[in-house]
Structures are given as C-alpha cells and as structure tokens.
Design a protein around this ligand. Sequence first.
Ligand code: SF4
Length: 469
Amino acid sequence: MKVILLYAPFCTPTMMPYSLSYLKNFLENNLNIETKCLDLNAKFHTLKFPKLYAELKAIKEMNQYNLLLFAKLLETLERQSREIYSENNWNVVESKAPEFLKELVEQITREKPDLVAFSLVYSSQCFYAKALLQALTEKGIPCIVGGPAANSKIKAICPYLKNEVELVEYIAKNFEKKSFTPMQKVISSKFLKYKEENYNCGTIPDFSDYVMENYFTLEKMIPLKTCSTCFYKQCTFCTHFADVPYLEYNIENIRKTIVQSKAKYVYFVDDMIAKNRLVELAEMLKPLNVKWWCQLRPTKDLIGVLKELQASGLHTVSWGVESGNQRILDVMKKGTQVEIAAQVLQESHAAGIKNAAYIMFGFPTETKEEFLDTINFLKQNENAVDLVTTSIFGLQKGGKVYANPEAFGVAQITETERTVLDTSITYTTSIGMQREDARDMRRRYIKTIKNIEKFPRVLNYFKEQVLLW
Ligand code: SF4
C-alpha cells in the first residue's frame, strides 16, 4: 500500500511543507505502508519560472550571497506569480484545466499510489486542488483531503479527515484487504502497528522526500511546530488557532527533527509560544547553532529573557502588536498594553533580535484618530522595528466578531456565494471607519510605514527568508 501526501499549488515555494512531513512520519510510525511527500506547489513554480530559478542558482553559486539581488528576485517572483495564480484560478472557476495539470497529474500517477492525501493549508490552494482531485478521481485514484483550508466545496468532492489519527483509521479500515505481500497473500492483520488507544505519537517530521532545488531559497529552512495550538485563544479577530487542547510537543523530538533535517534555519510556525517553553527551547537550540524565527505577543513576562533567547539563535520575532491604541487592543482582547509592547520591542532590539510587527487596521469601531495612534506608535519605536506586516480586519465565520456582531458595532453582514471558496463576507459598521476607509488610510500612510522598515518589504510575503538577513 502506497500513500502520496500531496501539497497543491498555489502558495509561496520557499519552504518545505510541515504538514506533509509530520503526516509522513506519523503514518509510518503507525502503519506498515509506504508513503511519499509530493510538493507539487514547488514543482509548479520550477516549471513556470525556469528563468527565475536559473537566476537564483547563480546567486547561490556566488562566494557571498548578494541579498539585494535575492530580494529583487523575490519581488519579481511575487509580482509574476500573483498574475499566474489569478489566471489559473479563473481557469478552474470556468472548468478549464490550470497550467501544467497534465504534468503534475503524471507526477502523481508515476508513483502508482493507492491513496492520495491532500493537505490544504492555504485557501489559495483550493483552486488547483479541485482540478487535481477531479483529474485523479476520473482515473479511479482514491483521494482524501485534510487541513485548515479544506472548505465545504472541496469536502463535497472527496472524504475529509480531521487529523492524523483519522487518517490512520481511514487507511486501516478501507485499504487493509487490498494490501498484498510479494507472494500475493493478504496481510490484513499486519497493517496497523499499534492498537487504537496506543498510537505512536513520537512524531519526528520527515523532510527527506523533497527536492531542495525546487525551493526558491538560498538555504534549507524547515518549518516546525512546538505545540498543538495557541494557549491564549482569546483575540476577538482570530480564527486561525486550532480548536484543540493545548499540548506541548516533546522537546527531544524537536531536537531530533532539526538534527535529522540538517537545516541551519528553523521557522517555528506556532501561532504563539509560551515564555517558559521559549526558555526550554532556547536551551535545546543553543548547542545546535541554528538561527530561528517565531511569533509572540509583546507581553511583560518576556522582559528579561530576550537576551538569553538571542544567544540561542533567535534571529527575528514577528510580534502581534496589532494596534498602538489601548482601547482597540482591549476590544481585540489582545491582552497587551501599548507601553509594555514598546518596552518589549526596545528590549528585543537592544538584545540584537530583529523585530517584525503585525499591525491590523480597521478593527470594527476603530476611528481615524485611533488608526493614527498606531502610526505614531510605529514612528516612536522606529529604531526597533525592522519590518511591518499590515492587514485589514476581515469578518470570518468562527471568529468572535461574527458570533456577536452587535457587540463590535458591526451593522450589516452580506454573504456572497463563490464557486471554489466558501462564501465571501462583507459588512458595515455603525461606528468608526468602514473597511474601505481603513484601506484608504493605509494607502495614505504606506510611505511612512515603508520609511520605518529596514528589511526589504518583499519579506512580508516570504517571512522565513528574513533569517538570511
Ligand atoms: S492572534 Fe495569536 S495570540 Fe491571539 S488568539 Fe490568535 S493565535 Fe492566539
């Protein structure tokens, strides 16, 4: 029995996918089967942008990397790929084949899989995934989908599984009898390595199946998770933390993963990491001599430990600053204070850590004056801010604002059906700026923001690449 774990176009092709690497090792620890990770997203980019990959190779071959040239190349890739993604997504909406569909389907069929498991992490992957699912289903190849971006339209095409345990059970239940030894003898009872209640959860994500040259990066960087979800879970705008109990992963397995991968750059994709856990991680990471990145809230408890974190290789933190206005932070339930956030950024900068700030404009009820408080906050802390990642608040199902719109001054909600993605949601507010006003204000202040940044702005799209700067 062979399972292909598949990552579909389109998202940035700079890093090997975490989800597939995790699933591969979990499946192999719990089932007697063969697995292979196929990153068709990275493969698509090599087919579509051979000239850019050739230029990347030339930079790699230099004695010392020219990071300015690399940033320019990333800008070109970002600009060109945006158009290509859009054209191909329209093809799928209009039931036409996206580019390279035949070639990518061949990559899958060449492996002769018994099952193809899609991991959808970004909603932008749903378009191409839909085309692949239809092509594979026509060929009689069974498929399943999972991941946070799998929406109702995709779930209507093939079975959806919530997690790795469901995937193990699905395979054991549906494929056991189809598995044969070389002597053509059924080995049904040998399929499951462990009893249901005793799954082997000592997972060490396996990055060995990927082709390094397919990644648009100068150095191998691996994404890693250290816990199951955000322990805080309270921000009222947030829909991206997993609704599962908070569990910290075994630190020795994290160490083994890094050592086995041979990567010298580690990108911790956790929504947030608790302070005690950070200290524990720093202790483990220090002797490995790696550079690492993580996301944190700028809270008081971190004051005093940042130097120690930097000494263990912490290179950049993307801080959930969100706003420079206390009332907005309070309605967001961010659990942070403006003055403390400034102190944390300053201390982090003084420790030698690079600071990226997530800023969210247009949270319902935000006024123009409150927007300007955020701009002033950034200006006052200009010396300590290297990159600013802005977003405009969007209403999303599953979030606290959608569940209780009146409490946040959200007046009228309009939902519009879409072909591949879930419904789009627009709204108006009874107080403060409308969404369009916030966009307009951001346009007016983008120059101010750009002047604050020290890193090339394109790193907002390729966040892990900041580790090279
Ligand atoms: S925004 Fe970050 S800290 Fe807040 S709930 Fe979401 S994941 Fe947790």
